[in-house]
Write a protein that binds this ligand. Structure first.
Ligand code: XMP
Length: 507
């Protein structure tokens, strides 16, 4: 069964991913493409289209554009830049706004607006310096603000809608209502995107993709790879061979925990490759974060290929890659921040073919699929952990000693968080070891040791994050314990930076 699809065309807006998420939350499948790839994507005739916002002006030569002839008959909602482009290309008029609008605004809707009249709130979020002066011919101006003469327009018969505000951000109080009205009342969509339908479709897709081959499922114990492995196991049974590489860069006790969880839940035959010596050899003398990631990624692949050779008939490597990684690596405009080893970081000499059954899902959807597959809460709600493990939390050279230091400090921090019940709203929490030394005094002795940084963040999807506000006395206690109990550490810091401008991991 093919489910209905909404194509979100990205003009470089900061909220484009949020549009995709909101549409999916409404139960309709959605994908996003950069505007440069829109013509090709529209050949598949999506059931509806949303045009995103963007930082450019439609009046600038060379700004992002679209052939609106390709949208003929497709219900379309233009947001901010998308709305302005619609007006510009369909015979309306666009001009630089005299009063730029940023933040909350009240809109006045026309009573006969099919999209906007009678909303539960008229409080919307605006962010624009260009505005529509005249809408396309034949469309109704459906909303205005004090400074914006055309805050929305619509042509119900052609199913064309434009809104200057951002219904996808939570600051627009009735944003979900607006998106729902577009999807269900005007585009006539059914809302057929559920985790149950995903599981069913993906099982069929996996079976037809891999035929009678075996698939090596690379598991880390994290939620993504566990859900991926459960899905593969459901699709092809024992031909899904789960392999866990213990690279010596895991948190304290984690390797044992992964083996225990797999045997307790769905996969008693987990193959464990103990490879810490190999990884530490590869990392000796390496301090550059990207070089660390590349070497770890390559060593993972060597471990997997060796094992696949032994298994015979194993041509595939399955990974738990998610949609945000795909978007980041596939967007021509997004700068590469880090090489996440499971996207784009695979060495070109790799022989195994890659299968990524979760590549269309956001993290919360992966968790829902995990529940659908019957995985227990402790797996589904597990904190994310990066593939390169503690190597990206040990700044500077990664040695067994320095990794042990981080493991001990990390254990204390997370044990205290658990004990105090402070881990409830924490997306991730960890300790990192810095590559500097500072002077301290312990007993009557001068010390010259390294600092530990504690990081705990709240997040919805790891794209943005905020430092968790932890009580000062709690942090003081953890700092005291770490300095007293972990050798080689004489200072403890708490990282207050949000993402952006920082990232969640230090490297
Ligand atoms: P950053 O540091 O980019 O991390 O804010 C965002 C999220 O991704 C995790 N992360 C990784 N996950 N392989 C992974 O599977 C990686 O190489 C990797 N690097 C970062 C990080 O822990 C956070 O949840």
């Amino acid at each position: 069964m093919r489910h209905q699809k909404v194509l979100v065309i990205d003009f470089g807006g900061q909220y484009t991913q949020l549009i995709v998420r909101r549409v999916r939350e409404a139960g309709v499948y959605s994908e996003m493409v950069p505007w440069t790839a829109a013509a090709k994507a529209l050949e598949d005739r999506p059931d509806a289209v949303v045009l995103s916002g963007g930082p450019k002006s439609v009046l600038e030569p060379g700004s992002p554009d679209l052939d609106f002839g390709l949208l003929e008959g497709v219900p379309t909602l233009g947001i901010c830049y998308g709305m302005q482009l619609m007006a510009h290309r369909l015979g309306g008029k666009v001009e630089p706004a005299r009063d730029r609008e940023y933040g909350h605004q009240m809109i006045r809707t026309t009573s006969d607006s099919a999209l906007l009249s009678g909303l539960s709130s008229d409080d919307v979020w605006m962010s624009h310096g260009i505005q529509v002066l005249e809408p396309p011919a034949g469309t109704l101006v459906s909303a205005q603000t004090d400074s914006c003469p055309v805050a929305a327009f619509e042509d119900v018969s052609k199913k064309l809608f434009g809104v200057q505000f951002h219904p996808e951000v939570s600051h627009t109080a009735a944003g979900t209502e607006v998106i729902g009205r577009f999807l269900f009342d005007h585009a006539g969509l059914k809302g057929d995107w559920t985790s149950a339908s995903f599981v069913q479709e993906e099982i069929e897709a996996i079976r037809s993709q891999v035929g009678s081959d075996k698939v090596l499922c690379a598991v880390s114990g994290g939620v993504d790879s566990s859900v991926m492995a459960a899905l593969l196991t459901k699709a092809i049974g024992e031909r899904a061979v789960c392999v866990f590489v213990d690279h010596g860069l895991l948190r304290k006790g984690e390797a044992e925990q992964v083996v225990e969880t797999f045997s307790r839940t769905f996969h008693p035959n987990l193959i464990v490759i103990r490879a810490s010596d190999r990884f530490f050899r590869e990392l000796a003398g390496v301090t550059d974060p990207e070089e660390k990631r590349k070497r770890i990624g390559a060593e993972f692949v060597r471990c997997f290929e060796e094992r696949a050779d032994e298994l015979r008939d194993c041509a595939w490597l399955a990974q738990g890659t998610l949609y945000p990684d795909v978007i980041e690596s596939g967007s021509p405009t997004a700068a590469k921040i880090k090489t996440h080893h499971n996207v784009g970081g695979l060495p070109d000499w790799m022989k195994l073919k890659v299968i990524e059954p979760l590549r269309w899902l956001f993290k919360d959807e992966v968790r829902a699929v995990g529940r659908e597959l019957g995985l227990p809460d402790d797996v589904v709600d597990r904190e994310p952990f990066p593939g390169p493990g503690l190597a990206v939390r040990v700044l500077g050279e990664v040695t067994p000693d320095r990794v042990r230091t981080v493991q001990e400090a990390d254990w204390i921090f997370r044990e205290e968080l658990r004990r105090e019940g402070l881990n409830k709203n924490v997306w991730q929490s960890y300790a990192a070891l810095l590559d500097v030394r500072s002077v301290g005094v312990m007993g009557d002795e001068r010390t010259y040791e390294q600092p530990i940084v504690l990081r705990a963040v709240e997040s919805e999807d790891a794209m943005t994050a905020r430092a968790t506000p932890l009580p000062f006395e709690f942090l003081e206690r953890v700092a005291r314990r770490i300095v007293n109990e972990v050798g080689g550490v004489n200072r403890v810091l708490y990282d207050l930076t949000s993402k952006p401008p920082a990232t969640i991991e230090w490297e």
